[in-house]
Design a protein around this ligand. Structure first.
Ligand code: EPZ
Length: 416
């Protein structure tokens, strides 16, 4: 197990680039299963989950070559063999192989996906959507066997699950006739997937709204596409600047994907500047407590909750957090308590944060992807040395995070 060793408080200056969005890139790579042609994907972060998905497809005949943040992909020779079970179980994103495989091969056998410890991570919304699309699904031990004879349009309704929405879209782009999917997720990554597939020749409309319409096409053509910037990386670095009151510039991001988080940041009292592809913090010396309730987009993102929670430990007054989506995504607050934060856990979904409190370095652990990055922020605010273990979880979503933060002046070392 590797760990990070951090000396705080950090005096940071300069600027940091936001990389491509993990939760978009994963789906665009899965979508290449639908395109028997050469695809060039740019701005793909070099992180664990992405590299596991690449391994899964390469093991079954796809040609994928990474050059820096660019992937050259050709799935022409991909076989219909089932994806490697042990790799599928390593991360939640693998669930989005089901749709493309059903569209291309009419079948797939895969286990329940893995992922963070943020909650049960059920897949009932996926199963329900696939069944409405005429898919037979049998659970055989821990393997789900999906089979679909016909590839036809349908009118279906799902719950606004992000990956379920992405699965339904990918299942139907090559179906005969018209498909309407109601009550879909509206996250920016859904539009990134629709833009990618439309550029390959698909006919998808309504991405970003609650209803998506797809006119099936015969085949998709190769393309070159740049993955959208990661809104959760951007949020992490903006919270770092706010929590340490340092004037760093977060660049190569998409500010339009950062609402309502930026509205909440203003409510906290952070003074910042927004450009076309950057956010620059000017002053965060007077922070005040606020209330946050997470929800499906366009509500406040659950993936921005933990980072904002750290900022609120430095804000004057009582903040209230209501994490409505996942039942185990407040655990990081216990770690912050070990560092001196004043917290009251109300229930599995709600907590109060009383600030401002001085944080002191401690030995802490990273519980899930976003909480792990949040621990780094806490270590950079705290007085003294903080060590964070289980940092492989952080590597799942943040490329070379310690090297990039060190460029801002952070004193952070990876101890293998
Ligand atoms: C995606 O997970 C992201 N993962 C998550 O990122 C992110 O936290 C989440 O969306 C919410 O934005 C990827 O895109 C790979 P959901 P997803 O389905 O699609 C419930 C990660 O893993 N639900 O939108 O699994 C679920 O329990 C994290 O990389 C069902 O009940 O999330 C949750 O309460 C860091 N049944 C809510 O819906 C289902 O079949 C939203 O989950 C699916 C979900």
């Amino acid at each position: 197990m590797s760990k990070f060793e951090i000396q705080g408080p950090a005096k940071l200056t300069g600027e940091i680039s936001v990389l491509g969005a993990k939760n978009s890139a994963l789906k665009l790579i899965a979508a290449t299963v639908l395109i028997k042609d050469k695809v060039v994907l740019e701005n793909v972060p070099d992180i664990l989950d992405i590299n596991i998905l690449i391994d899964i497809l390469k093991k079954n005949g796809a040609e994928i070559v990474r050059t820096g943040h660019t992937l050259n992909i050709d799935t022409t020779n991909l076989t219909s063999a089932d994806p490697d079970e042990t790799l599928v179980e390593k991360f939640r994103g693998s669930i989005v192989l089901a749709g493309p495989y059903l569209a291309r091969f009419g079948k797939i056998n895969i286990p329940q996906p893995g992922g963070c410890a943020i909650g049960a991570r059920p897949i009932d919304d996926h199963l329900n959507g696939f069944r409405q699309l005429g898919t037979d699904i049998v659970k055989n031990g821990c393997i789900y066997e999906y089979k679909r004879e016909k590839n036809e349009g349908a009118q279906i309704e799902i719950r606004p699950s992000v990956t379920a929405t992405e699965n339904m879209i990918m299942t139907q782009v090559l179906a005969k006739g018209l498909t309407t999917i109601n009550n879909v997720a509206r996250e920016p990554q859904i539009a990134d997937l629709a833009n990618f597939l439309n550029q390959a020749g698909a006919k998808i409309s309504g991405a970003g709204t609650s209803t998506i319409t797809i006119e099936g096409v015969e085949e998709l053509k190769g393309l070159t596409y740049k993955v959208m910037p990661d809104p959760f990386e951007a949020c992490t670095f903006i919270c770092l600047a706010a929590a340490t009151n340092t004037q760093i510039k977060i660049k190569d991001c998409e500010p339009n994907h950062l609402y309502p988080f930026l509205d909440k940041l203003k409510e906290i009292g952070v003074d910042f500047e927004i450009g076309s592809d950057y956010v620059k913090i000017n002053d965060a010396s007077h922070l005040k407590a606020i209330d946050i309730t997470t929800g499906v987009f366009p509500e406040f993102s659950t993936d921005m909750q933990a980072q904002t929670g750290v900022v609120l430990t430095q804000a004057q007054g009582t903040s209230h957090i209501n994490e409505t989506l996942f039942e185990n995504r407040l655990g990081y607050l216990n770690e912050l308590e070990n560092m001196g934060a004043k917290i009251k856990m109300i229930n599995a979904h709600e907590a109060n944060i009383y600030g401002p409190t001085k944080l002191v370095g401690a030995q802490i652990k990273s519980l899930d992807l976003r909480a792990g990055a949040t621990m780094i922020l806490a270590g950079l605010i705290a007085e003294g040395e903080t060590t964070i273990d289980h940092i492989e979880i952080i590597d799942r979503g943040y490329e070379k995070i310690e090297e990039r933060l060190a460029q801002l002046g952070a004193n952070i070392k990876r101890i293998s």
